[in-house]
Design a protein around this ligand. Structure first.
Ligand code: 6R9
Length: 571
């Protein structure tokens, strides 16, 4: 029996996950070797490259081979168990193989989103004390070329720990034709020269269930980003279990999570969850509007995607372009539609459900965080016909005990109430610490409500006991003594036909405590993963430009500058 199966039974019995601390084979075995024994030619990854129609498939056998070669290459260059390897690559099979190669030899990986600047990358490399970086020379996204190797070159100049950088050379050609495809096929199966020299067998390291699997940085509201630490057994169990049950994933299904592997969503639902379940996972390397706003649905038709998992920010954007981009394509393969990253407003939920899913696919709004490792609150699993209320994350997953706290720190026991969202007992996928800063982990998550894990989010529990996430608590506004979640007001504002998206924030008001400031502007400041940075807006409105906090995840710093100009003029 595989260790993960043991853990799964434990979780099903509702017992504490950490009862057994046994050694297990590295993740690469659970995600690859197992499936190579039973179905070597099954497609593990479909690499949906920037140009539609240039997808590339990798079987479990090929992915194992790539992973082993890379594992051997890293070992030969001195990477040991316990080291940390930084991966700076777009979503592509080699990035997945790099993650699994680290796991196979017992090294932790630290994937940094390939859109981050040299400075943000350097900060994460330094904090992780990585001695090895893996990258590609260039990538292409939305028709734009990015020179990743150059960014790495700049970054490592200020990273004294880095001893070696592995660069995979790949040509990112626009409008990739048949010849290029042949060339690509050659490169992928042949792999780069160095990898080619390596053996296709790589002995997996035996790991303790609580050994580190990876670090993943998430931005803090103040100070520097936090390197959250996930461990071996609990994380994989939780990613696999949630992937199978939340999305009702069945063998043979094609799972399309469009998040970048640089985020936790990509880690859990493009890589570990689907691969642990022997699934076929799409790696999406483009944007929702490239080459046009039909991209997602054209891809669904072409790859016959069964479960589609995306972010509200993209849904809101596509909704604006109109239904014709959806109707153009056959979406009959779709069975479940997932949403993650931010509260999904009612208008976007309805559109996703009725237009994209033709009213026949459950929409699973999935609430979770980098810290939780996998989905914690979501409508499924449940009876297939159990109610789903638009815009609500609904029910806790197996083993998750949500608790709402009042401002005095007391647990709210009744329904139809709002409070700070905590989790009352540990679960397998929870992050164990912040790399090199356990004290910050304790202060951020464990001390605010002793005995509970504090999520930083606010939630409402309805009369029926269903949960609705109301937004980050640092975004909650207090007007005349009423605590209102930003998401609640935005939901109403977004229903105006002229409004594509909105961000509601509060600012100090002598009488009411906080007033709302609604100012419409061209674009909102967002993180690279599409979350609106309301705390930055609030600081701008409060004219506290020195207190903007950690901006390393900001997508386009010019957006903040624009807003500063508009808002400072109004106030
Ligand atoms: C998975 C992911 C975590 C924060 C989280 C919350 C927000 C995520 C949400 C949601 C409302 C949902 N969030 N999913 N809010 N409804 N379905 O996004 O992880 O990048 O760490 O962000 O995102 O505020 O605390 P991460």
């Amino acid at each position: 029996m595989h260790h993960a199966d043991v853990m799964m039974n434990e979780a099903n019995n509702g017992r504490f996950y950490c009862v057994y601390r046994v050694s297990l084979w590295a993740h690469a075995v659970n995600c690859l070797d197992r499936h190579v024994h039973t179905c070597p030619e099954r497609v593990a990854l479909i690499w949906e490259r920037d140009e539609p129609g240039s997808e590339f498939k990798v079987t479990y056998r090929q992915l194992l081979e790539m992973t082993c070669r890379l594992g051997n290459l890293l070992r030969r260059h001195g990477v040991k168990r316990g080291d940390c390897v930084t991966i700076y690559m777009p979503s592509c099979p080699l990035a997945v193989a790099s993650m699994l190669a680290c796991a196979r030899i017992g090294a932790a990986h630290n994937v940094v989103f390939a859109g981050f600047s040299a400075e943000a990358l350097a900060e994460r490399i330094r904090d992780a004390q990585s001695s090895t970086v893996i990258t590609v020379n260039q990538g292409v996204r939305g028709g734009k070329l990015t020179e990743l190797k150059k960014t790495v070159d700049t970054a490592v100049q200020s990273c004294p720990t880095v001893q070696q950088v592995f660069v995979r050379k790949q040509l990112s050609l626009f409008g990739c034709g048949f010849i290029t495809m042949l060339w690509l096929l050659h490169v992928i199966s042949d792999n780069a020269q160095e990898m080619q020299k390596e053996d296709v067998v790589c002995e997996p390291a035996a790991m303790d269930s609580e050994d580190v699997l990876f670090l993943l940085y998430t931005s803090g509201s103040t100070g520097k980003p936090k390197g959250l630490v996930h461990t071996q057994a609990g994380y994989l169990l939780y990613a696999a279990l949630t992937h199978r049950y939340v999305f009702s994933y069945h063998d043979g299904d094609v799972f399309g999570c469009v998040a970048d592997i640089g985020w936790i969503t990509g880690h859990s639902y493009s890589v570990y969850g689907p691969l642990a379940n022997g699934g076929t996972s799409v790696l999406f390397e483009s944007t929702p509007i490239y080459p046009d706003p039909g991209r997602y649905w054209e891809m669904v038709q072409r790859l016959k995607i069964n479960q589609f998992y995306g972010a509200p920010t993209a849904i809101r954007l596509l909704l604006k372009y109109g239904n014709q981009w959806v109707h153009k394509y056959d979406r009959s393969t779709l069975k479940t539609l997932g949403s993650v990253g931010e509260p999904i407003n009612t208008e976007a939920w309805e559109w996703y459900h009725t237009v994209v899913g033709d009213g026949r696919c459950p929409v699973v709004d999935t609430w979770w965080q980098t810290e939780t490792g996998g989905i914690c609150i979501t409508p499924r699993p449940s009876n297939p016909d159990a109610e789903i209320v638009p815009g609500m994350a609904m029910r806790p997953f197996f083993g998750i005990k949500p608790a709402l706290m009042d401002t005095e720190g007391e647990v709210l026991t009744s329904n139809h109430t709002s409070g700070a969202l905590c989790i009352a007992q540990p679960w397998p996928g929870m992050a164990r610490t912040i790399h090199n800063n356990h004290q910050r982990f304790i202060e951020t998550y464990c001390q605010p409500y002793p005995g509970y894990f504090f999520t930083g989010d606010g939630a409402y529990r309805s009369k029926e006991g269903y949960y609705q996430i109301t937004g980050r608590l640092d975004d909650v506004i207090n007007v005349s003594g009423h605590r209102i979640g930003t998401a609640e007001i935005e939901d109403v504002v977004n229903q105006c036909s002229q409004v594509a998206e909105s961000a509601v924030i509060g600012y100090s008001h002598n009488i009411k405590g906080e007033g709302e400031c609604n100012s419409f502007i061209q674009r909102l400041p967002k993180t690279r993963s599409g979350k609106i940075m309301r705390r930055v807006l609030r600081k701008v409105v409060e004219q506290d430009l020195n207190g903007l906090g950690d901006l390393s995840t900001l997508d386009d710093p010019a957006a903040v500058q624009e807003i500063i100009e508009v808002i400072v003029n109004i106030i």
